[in-house]
Ligand binder design. Structure first.
Ligand code: MOS
Length: 743
């Protein structure tokens, strides 16, 4: 592996296919006799269905079935005890309610499916769905976290503390502040759904929007009590996941059951408003930070408490407060995490998940404290920099965060920033600079892969992993190329299907590390076999030591005598091999006991705030990543740009608003829930430290998906403060909040 050298920036291997319509997404698969399913959702958020009339719907043209709790086919694996997860076993600790789709008349959240209508066209199913008539006995919905905060529960995982519990109280400089994150919804372009096709009594083919085909396979095997070997799941391409595809949702399982019942393949594609209630969201979270420092800018204490909403029927938890435990050198730290169960559909991880929520609070507080100390925010972070992980007392496997601060500061023009807020002005715009740190675990999970080298010099890589958009296939191509020297255009990556070697779900920034390691291993096995063949065959390398051999540009040679060459194709031919095929099946990282492994990022932004309207514009963004060796520089940069784009939405516009009188969203569409688009996004500069991590895997690559977003919203809030002197602690930073106080 060329660990010393940077990788070339190659184009996305499937880019052309995607933009020319050649890439098939789950809903693109057409099947003979395909039926279409449409969900009828509850119009109340809490209560009981007293009557559901499906007669009219049933007699509408083309209708093949209308399924409610009264006639839903059973899902055999869902006979779990009460308090189970929404998608079936394994059961979680008992919550107040159990949610099983179409299993009873009880309504636990707005939009909860009350009927699934199946017809021979999508239009007919949609029309028939409009004819279903429901009556409810309604109860007051509990959807406001603030209103029910007294009923908070402590989830598994518990509180954390080190040092003295009340050190904060006696710190020379103190800050206490509350931060709020609204409900955010993933809102990828592609709608969620599934197509289920029973090809035999116990044989199932699935096309779905899942971030893990093996996870979906497992969930369906449990639900239908069949051998996972008899279930094939295919998800080669995904039009954005952002976390929503990290579990199998109840309506997916229901569609599989219905497909069996009616004896035809069934497709479900939910609509945009259902994307707000059927497939998770970033939970509404309130946080309090207490931070104490001494007069020299050394942190004395940080207490970080977060309370997040969850469903009445399931405790969803995430790592909102964890970053505070290890990010800075600080002797006294405590974190606390609580949940409030509401009449809402269950949240799920979303873009950088809880860490992004927590980083907004912590990194805003760091900026507030630096201001109290009249200190430059980068200088304040450097005073509290740590070379070892203070939570686990372990060295970092690699950490180049100082260099990231320096390079980012240079690129944004930090020297032009004034520490005094409100100092810079251009016409009617106040100008400010802000920065923030991001961090996320560098995971490496179990994964497997297959490599097949053909005698014609072409290479096929196979793994079940799904590419949700970051460029996984391109990265795997680079890794294989670096080991075997096969030209990029002779490498084919086949992925996103359970017929390939098992892989973890695409998420947690772990895929290049996990699946990439398996590809590296499989290709290395092929290389070793070629070397064995070369020294055994009659030819210029006969009798050479395999340890002295190198493989470059399709030929094997002795490192010090490159003239003695054997072409790989010739070697395979003379050995009568049409192909060499190797599998790798790797465990996760072996060194987690000895090192703390994290990827780091620093986000810098320049903003303009209109002093007449309160409008905030990000005019420049620089994101720097310390994520080890960058495998695929071009797709990695695109991923960082995607993170910044998501971060601008999170900072300035994204908020799903509930009318608590009804417990319903009032902006569940893409016009009123504004995801950042081109007009919101300035030129973004991405910088990679690009130094290999010596521990995590042979490529030296740490993950980078989550750190592209984590911290970004804080950088914007800090820049808005620097521009205006207004500290906005509640996202999104909309003009009304800026104008509430004088600019
Ligand atoms: Mo991600 S939130 O790990 O899809």
């Amino acid at each position: 592996m060329k660990n010393e050298t940077k990788n070339p920036a190659i184009d996305r291997i499937d880019g052309r296919m995607k933009v020319t319509g050649g890439a098939k997404y789950f809903a693109d698969f057409d099947l003979p006799d395909l039926a279409y399913c449409v969900i009828v959702g509850s119009e109340i958020a809490r209560g009981t269905l007293t009557n559901i009339d499906t007669k009219k719907a049933l007699s509408a043209p083309g209708v093949l079935g209308v399924f409610t709790h009264l006639n839903m086919p059973p899902i055999p694996g869902w006979d779990a005890p009460a308090g189970g997860q929404a998608d079936g076993p394994p059961p979680k600790p008992a919550t107040e309610e159990t949610y099983r789709i179409l299993s009873g008349p009880k309504i636990l959240f707005d939009g909860q499916p009350i009927a699934l209508v199946v017809a021979n066209t999508y239009e007919r199913a949609t029309y028939a769905a409009s004819l279903v008539n429901a009556k409810y006995s309604k109860q007051t919905a509990r959807t406001s976290l603030e209103k029910h905060i007294d009923k908070q529960v402590t989830p598994k995982g518990g509180d954390y503390s080190r040092g003295k519990a009340y050190a904060y109280q006696s710190a020379p400089v103190k800050l206490e502040a509350d931060y709020k994150i609204p409900i955010e919804v993933h809102n990828p372009m592609e709608l969620h759904g599934i197509t289920a096709h029973w090809t035999g009594d116990k044989q199932l083919m699935i096309y779905a929007k899942t971030q893990g085909v093996n996870a979906t396979q497992q969930a369906m095997a449990q639900a239908f009590k069949i051998d996972p070997k008899n279930i094939r799941v295919h998800t080669e391409f995904m039009g954005g996941g952002f976390g929503m595809g990290l579990r199998t949702w109840p309506q997916e399982t229901a569609v599989v059951a219905i497909a069996k019942k009616i004896g035809r393949p069934v497709k479900l594609v939910i609509n945009r408003s259902q994307m707000f209630t059927m497939v998770g969201h970033r939970p509404y979270t309130v946080q309090t930070i207490q931070m104490g420092a001494d007069n020299h800018g050394r942190l004395v204490a940080i207490n970080h408490a977060a309370t997040a909403e969850t469903a009445s029927y399931e405790d969803f938890t995430e790592a909102t407060v964890n970053m505070t435990r290890f990010m800075y050198e600080c002797p006294n730290v405590s974190t606390r995490y609580r949940l409030v169960r509401l009449d809402r559909s269950v949240p799920i991880w979303m873009r950088g998940p809880g860490e992004a929520t927590g980083a907004f609070a912590l990194e805003s507080a760091m900026d507030e404290m630096a201001h109290k100390l009249s200190m430059d925010p980068i200088e304040f972070r450097l005073r509290n920099y740590t070379e070892t992980d203070p939570e686990h007392n372990l060295p970092y496997s690699s950490k180049h965060l100082k260099e990231a601060y320096e390079r980012g500061a240079d690129a944004i023009g930090w020297k032009d920033r004034k520490n005094e807020p409100g100092s810079l002005k251009e016409d009617n715009w106040l100008v400010g600079y802000g920065m923030s740190t991001g961090v996320f675990n560098a995971f490496r999970w179990e994964a497997s892969a297959r490599a097949i080298l053909h005698a014609d010099g072409s290479l096929v890589i196979q793994s079940a992993v799904t590419d949700i958009g970051p460029g996984t296939g391109t990265a795997l191509t680079m890794i294989a190329h670096n080991v075997l020297g096969v030209p990029f255009d002779r490498i084919k990556v086949e992925y996103g299907d359970t017929s390939h070697p098992k892989a973890p779900s695409q998420g947690g920034s772990a895929i290049v590390s996990a699946v990439g390691s398996a590809v590296f291993d499989a290709c290395t096995k092929i290389k070793n076999e070629l070397f064995e063949l070369a020294v055994k065959a009659n030819g210029p390398l006969a009798g050479a030591q395999t340890a002295d051999l190198v493989l470059t540009e399709g030929a094997i040679s002795i490192e010090k005598g490159l003239d003695k060459k054997v072409a790989v194709g010739k070697l395979m031919e003379s050995s009568q091999l049409s192909k060499i095929e190797k599998d790798a099946d790797l465990k996760g990282s072996p060194d987690l006991q000895k090192y703390s492994m994290y990827s780091f990022s620093v986000h810098f932004v320049k903003v303009k705030v209109n002093s007449l309207t309160g409008a905030v514009r990000v005019t420049k963004a620089v994101s720097v990543a310390d994520s080890g060796r960058i495998i695929s520089p071009k797709t990695a940069a695109s991923q960082m740009i995607g993170g910044v784009t998501g971060g601008i939405g999170m900072a300035l516009t994204e908020e799903a608003v509930i009318d608590h009188r009804f417990g319903r969203f009032i902006n569940n569409n893409l016009a009123d829930y504004h995801v950042a688009v081109h007009a919101d996004v300035p030129a973004i500069e991405t910088i990679f430290i690009d130094k290999p991590d010596p521990v995590i895997n042979p490529m030296g690559a740490k993950g980078m998906g989550e750190i592209a977003l984590i911290g970004f919203a804080g950088a914007v809030a800090n820049a808005v403060f620097n521009a205006t002197g207004q500290r906005i602690r509640e996202l999104p930073i909309t003009p009304d909040k800026v104008m509430q106080r004088e600019v």
